[in-house]
Design a binder for this molecule. Structure first.
Ligand SMILES: C[S@@+](CC[C@H](N)C(=O)[O-])C[C@H]1O[C@@H](n2cnc3c(N)ncnc32)[C@H](O)[C@@H]1O
Length: 207
């Protein structure tokens, strides 16, 4: 049953959920700021491609292990006026040179990467000095009661939502991986349900 769900439904459902206006509204706060050579780990179905500023983009390299989502992203890549290369693989190990990327764009993906600590250190490795990691992520609430519920619900949520964690403290994970925070706005994207709507939106630079 889980297999059928993952094989047939997970990718289209991910595309539909990630297209919700409440998410688009927030991804648009960071994506247009990306420039130069851009790495987008967990590019998914390519929903961010429409929000890049073509004047500022040299190339986007997307990375995602889901073949079904990569297929959708490759279709969307044909509709933008800049080059897009998509690698079907995990972001924990990247075939990308040290200090070669201008911007890493991470939207709704830090929750899903199994070894997020390793992936963040890869992002730091490939970023140029002075490069930026732009993020728009959901994660652990600052409110104790909500965070407690996130911890309790996490195992069930993960199995239904393609490995998505509810309770990752994105700001702490970035700091631990050697990033300094230029900006990190934290807020609930919706009044209800709070456990899924606590957001971290901002930019980080390698320290
Ligand atoms: C909720 S979706 C978000 C997709 C896209 N970033 C967006 O904003 O619409 C999470 C994405 O993380 C991807 N993902 C999961 N594990 C990953 C890994 N190890 N490396 C890179 N991406 C991964 C999934 O395949 C999925 O595309």
């Amino acid at each position: 049953m889980t297999n059928i769900y993952e094989k047939l439904l997970l990718a289209p459902l991910t595309d539909i959920v990630c297209s919700l206006p409440v998410l688009s509204r927030n991804r648009r706060k960071v994506v247009p700021g990306a420039e130069g050579l851009i790495l987008e780990p967990g590019i998914g179905s390519g929903l961010n491609l429409q929000y890049y500023d073509p004047q500022r983009v040299r190339q986007v390299i997307g990375v995602d292990p889901s073949g079904d989502l990569v297929r959708l992203a490759r279709k969307r890549a044909q509709e933008v006026p800049f080059p897009v290369e998509i690698l079907e693989r995990s972001a924990e190990e990247l075939p990308i040179e040290d200090a070669s990327v201008d911007t890493v764009v991470l939207t709704f993906t830090g929750c899903s990467i199994p070894d997020v600590t390793k992936a963040l250190s890869e992002f730091r490795r490939v970023l140029k000095p002075g490069g930026r990691l732009l993020f728009c992520e959901h994660g652990r609430s600052h409110e104790h009661r909500v965070a407690r519920f996130q911890d309790l619900a996490n195992p069930v949520w993960r199995s239904l939502a393609g490995g998505c964690h509810l309770n990752r403290d994105i700001e702490s994970l970035l700091r631990q991986a050697g990033f300094g925070l230029e900006r990190c706005d934290r807020f609930y994207a919706m009044a209800r349900p709070r456990f899924i709507s606590y957001m971290y939106v901002g930019s980080a630079i390698p320290r």
